[in-house]
Design a protein around this ligand. Structure first.
Ligand code: ATP
Ligand code: MG
Length: 167
């Protein structure tokens, strides 16, 4: 089904706002007003993907940290970046965090709950959409998780394109 990815992310952020403010973490959403962010995907599943990634970015952040979610459109896709300035992930763990039940030692010792399934589900869902999750992380600085979904060009834009085509 087709849906607006920007609206979905606004819903996810609204839902996580309470947890974020408890930790004094600020969530920023960066997108262009009036731009088309319609994608074609399973909305419920993509909701879970965004929820898992944004919640991780809040959960593994520092107090008073910041999470920045941004949307960038390319010719045929929309890229979602979820950036935090938290603890980061050591290189030796980075290759394993998408495995089921894998948790970095530090977070395992934390009171912070979690089963280590979130990212395995994220990876599985995105693979089902012919997409994939990528991550880059620096210990002590933070992490960025990214994925892309197809961009569905809206009719009015297509119409404009047709009109402006030289005869
Ligand atoms: P669950 O999501 O099932 O509640 P979880 O958050 O521990 O539990 P995942 O979301 O799969 O599980 O993440 C696996 C591990 O990767 C986490 O335990 C944590 O150690 C690490 N991790 C994930 N996201 C981040 C992040 N943004 N910053 C630092 N570490 C992270
Ligand atoms: Mg998680």
């Amino acid at each position: 089904t087709q849906f607006d990815l920007k609206d979905l992310i606004i819903e996810v952020i609204d839902q996580l706002e309470h947890k974020a403010s408890k930790r004094d973490v600020e969530i920023i959403f960066d997108f262009e007003e009036g731009k088309n962010y319609i994608t074609s995907a399973d909305r419920q599943k993509i909701y879970r993907v965004c929820q898992n990634l944004i919640f991780n970015a809040v959960k593994y952040n520092n107090n008073k940290g910041q999470v920045k979610v941004s949307l960038k459109t390319g010719k045929n896709n929309i890229q979602v970046d979820i950036k935090d300035d938290g603890q980061g992930i050591p290189p030796e763990d980075l290759k394993r965090i998408f495995e089921r039940f894998y948790r970095v030692e530090k977070s395992r010792n934390k009171k912070e709950g979690g089963t280590g399934l979130g990212l395995a589900i994220v990876k599985h869902i995105l693979e089902g959409h012919k997409s994939k999750i990528s991550v880059s992380s620096t210990v002590g600085k933070g992490s960025i998780f990214s994925f892309s979904l197809p961009l569905v060009k809206n009719e009015s834009q297509d119409q404009k394109a047709k009109v402006s085509q030289p005869v």
